[in-house]
Design a protein. Structure first.
Length: 231
């Protein structure tokens, strides 16, 4: 029968063998990580009162922006073992636009139309924990540029309000970023993350009452679940 010391020696030898046989897990300086997944933009919008050239501000009105989910892509370059630079991209998001409060002024329109946007964002990230840990949470801050395009008014906005030429101005703003990378092996990574972006825009269109406009703070939470590959 083996002695207790023999079991300990055998266990240590086995542990050393497994440690040397397993691939080294590390997110470290010089790594390039490419992540692909699904990104949801969940808006937390607030808006000014809707106003027109003829009437001025219309009390009790507001503009609302819907949510959307699209395929997303981001790339991270590790400048050091703990500091990375991330670029966020995605396919265009499409948001439904609606308005509330017009009924008190004799209009039945609630559906304003829709718009598409792209929100490219560059962030500086700080990774917590040692490089040897398979789970690396991170946080950071960045700068966002959001461009709106393919703005389209609904049928009811065009007919009842006499609407045309919907326009949303582009936006610059700060972004706050956080997430976690979980290394499955030396190349593949699972990721969960979120982003809070400061997006402000002025929305306007022509109508029978002159220019209709409202300032909208969209300020979305952006959630992403993705699979990453480390080069």
């Amino acid at each position: 029968m083996k002695s207790f010391s023999g079991f300990v020696t055998s266990g240590l030898v086995g542990a050393v063998f497994l440690a040397t046989a397993m691939p080294a897990l590390a997110i470290e300086k010089g790594d390039l990580i490419v992540r692909v997944g699904f990104t949801t933009v969940s808006t937390e919008e607030s808006s000014s009162l809707v106003s027109t050239t003829v009437t001025g501000a219309l009390n009790g009105t507001a503009v609302h922006v819907g949510n959307d989910t699209q395929p997303g892509l981001n790339l991270v370059y590790m400048h050091s073992d703990n500091i990375g630079v991330e670029v966020l991209a995605a396919t265009p998001f499409k948001h439904d636009l609606s308005v509330s409060g017009l009924s008190q002024y004799g209009f039945s329109t609630t559906d304003l139309g829709s718009t598409k946007h792209l929100p490219p964002t560059i962030s500086a990230l700080y990774y917590f924990g040692p490089t040897s840990s398979p789970i690396r949470p991170y946080a950071g801050v960045g700068v966002n540029y959001t461009t709106f395009f393919s703005e389209s008014l609904s049928t009811s906005a065009r007919t009842e309000l006499g609407g045309s030429r919907l326009k949303l101005d582009d936006s610059f703003g700060l972004a706050v970023r956080a997430g976690v990378d979980w290394e499955l092996n030396d190349t593949w990574i699972l990721n969960a993350s979120f982003l809070r972006i400061d997006i402000d825009t002025d929305a306007s269109f022509n109508s029978a009452l002159g220019i209709v406009q409202a300032k909208v703070d969209i300020d979305p939470f952006v959630y992403m679940m993705s699979v990453g590959y480390k080069f």
